[in-house]
Design a protein around this ligand. Sequence first.
Ligand SMILES: [Zn+2]
Length: 324
Amino acid sequence: MKHLLLASTLLLAACSGAETVAETSEPKAASEPTAANQAAPKAAPNTAEAPVKPNITSQDLGGGFYMLLGPGGNIGVSTGADGVYMIDDKFARFGQEIIDVVATLSDKPITYVLNTHHHGDHSGANAEMKAVGATVVAHDNVRSRMGKTYMNQAFGRQQDARDASLWPTLTFSDEMTLWFNGDEVRAIHVPAGHTDGDTIVHFVEANIIHLGDNFFRGMLPFIDVDSGGAIQGMINAQQIAYDLSDANTQIIPGHGALATKADLGESIKRLQAIHDRVKARMDAGESLEAIIAADPLADMTELEGFMKKPNVITATWRSLGGEF
Ligand SMILES: [Zn+2]
């Protein structure tokens, strides 16, 4: 059973990776998965013989909260008397399906969409959400990064600026609290982790935290150094969420299944191990090539999905000051 679960986790990881590669700056994995289209089927003819399998499904977290699963980053949804507050919105092509799923959860409009960071698998449907009246909220750096063309050194290709229709229109620099649906919703900027524009969102009363891509549950992390990310900041972000949590906290990772504080604790230990192992070899004067060849993450092979061990070692090495 454990192996089955692991296999499905890896498949999910592979899928999200392939989806991501298609539409954002996120890196091309060493062996790009090909299963994405199988796991995320395009609409089939709507006949009795071939029912359409939904791309987007919802998981009830209780108290009017839901997690929306499917290709791209996990979505968090708060429903209630004030409206719908949504965290992330996957890809543009799923915009209408997301709106339709949310309509089955609430008869109120989508009032706010918060982007946990700028990557296209978390902010791709911003234009569609604005079109139905939502205000898109994010850290200042999300807006500035969306407006810039930049070179992704890790993967040797240029990432073009994204259309202004996608940019958030309400941004903040450090922390913002929204009082909504009877909850205190804290949006907390965590510097230089997955990117330099990451927000973790804490629904204080509901005891739910969305970590965005500072948490890839059950798989190796993606640290986007070319967007200002660093492994130390990712560990810090997870530690902040860990300290805000208790045994009952429901933790939504950017990718992977709903998690607990214990899962997050394991992840922090793993990230710290990655950091420490790469740093020890750097301190000993080993080159990046030598470190990769030594396979210091051999015990994490089964966590490879979107990210392979050499990608993670390279990102860690760059986080620690290594330069190409
Ligand atoms: Zn991301």
